[in-house]
Write a new protein. Structure first.
Length: 143
């Protein structure tokens, strides 16, 4: 966990400028059996839950913010979100001490190459590091 923020809801924040991320968010929305998570592009998140540090972290990996304010990112966030779907049965396997490093490595590879993967799959992929859906006046955006 990288940070704690105060909120009464759970959030999954993802890169709104990434076609692969958008497809994954749509899949999670469809399979979110508990309907307890607000799934949104990080570029559209208000404060709270957004903070300057969280904004910067969101540009590198998905972020899951629990109702008590704990923040998980990357593979941990992915596993946490899968726990809210009908595929929760796989999460204990993904957390196993010998499997989790592989899950983390795979997540890191996909996150680092998400724009290339999006282009290969014919999905939207910005050439820049910022989101085309967010206003240039976002309080945490550094240009």
């Amino acid at each position: 966990m990288s940070e704690t923020t105060s909120t009464t809801k759970e959030f999954l924040l993802w890169d709104g400028d990434c076609g692969l991320c958008e497809k994954c968010a749509a899949w999670i929305t469809k399979n979110n059996t508990q309907k307890s998570i607000i799934i949104m592009p990080f570029q559209l998140a208000d404060n709270p839950p957004m903070t300057p540090l969280l904004y910067e972290q969101c540009s590198r990996s998905i972020q899951f913010i629990s109702a008590n304010g704990d923040i998980e990112h990357g593979a941990d966030a992915l596993i946490r979100v899968l726990e809210c779907t009908k595929y929760r049965w796989i999460t204990p396997i993904m957390r196993h001490k010998f499997i989790k490093p592989i899950v983390e490595l795979m997540y890191y590879f996909v996150a680092q190459n998400r724009k290339k993967i999006s282009r290969i799959l014919g999905l939207k992929a910005s050439s820049g590091s910022s989101c085309t859906i967010v206003s240039r006046n976002h309080p945490y955006k550094n240009d």
